[in-house]
Design a protein around this ligand. Sequence first.
Ligand code: PGA
Length: 249
Amino acid sequence: MVSVRKLIAGNWKMNGLSNQIVEAVAVAEDLARNPPKARVAICPPSILVHRIAERLARSIVEVGAQDLHGEAAGAFTGDTSGEMLHDAGARVVIIGHSERRTLHYEDDAVVSGKVNAALRAGLEPIICVGERLEHREAGQALEVVCQQLERSLPMTLDGRAFVVAYEPVWAIGTGLTPTLDEIADMHRAIRTLLVERFSNGAARPILYGGSVKPSNAADILHTQDVDGVLVGGASLLAKDFLPIIRAAE
Ligand code: PGA
């Protein structure tokens, strides 16, 4: 079995004014004193990417974005391209988060196009998939998630660095989580799909996301085939995010 370095990624969503930057700096300073085994990334709102990237320039903490436009530049009012995010200091980008899929009607084809845009811009995509509660209750979770993945992962990813995040829609921001067995089953299915499709599929990190907090992080991070976590609410404050990072050890 290939061992994959764990990745702990924070998704700030649409939270944080300039005074939130101190939280990213506090995480970076703590990790500088005591370097973690895991890779760590913080994905702030795009308006803060540049300022945080400058503050964390010499830190091991990577800065990422939460979305990007499919094109490099052009007449797309209000949008931000991967090239712009990379220029601002981002190195990873979340794509296909369920809030984008639901609130911005992004389907798998859009997600796949954005994955290609991320690769073009030199950003490592964190591609999100996850079932709704009705799928879970109907016993269709594995099938739904694998179908989303098949359609969201372009073959151009072969040999490239990318990350998959399994985020059950019903677990995001709700305090609910699947059982550890359910997480392990899903991650095993995702691993099988990645190994079948990509020459480097065995070594790609598969993250779990949805109501990860300091109290459940260690159990989740030590579940089979879980190579890290994507953390929303609990990534906003260094005092919550740091124990999750330390739980990976
Ligand atoms: P949550 O969000 O940790 O607040 O549930 C996770 C996510 O949406 O990535």
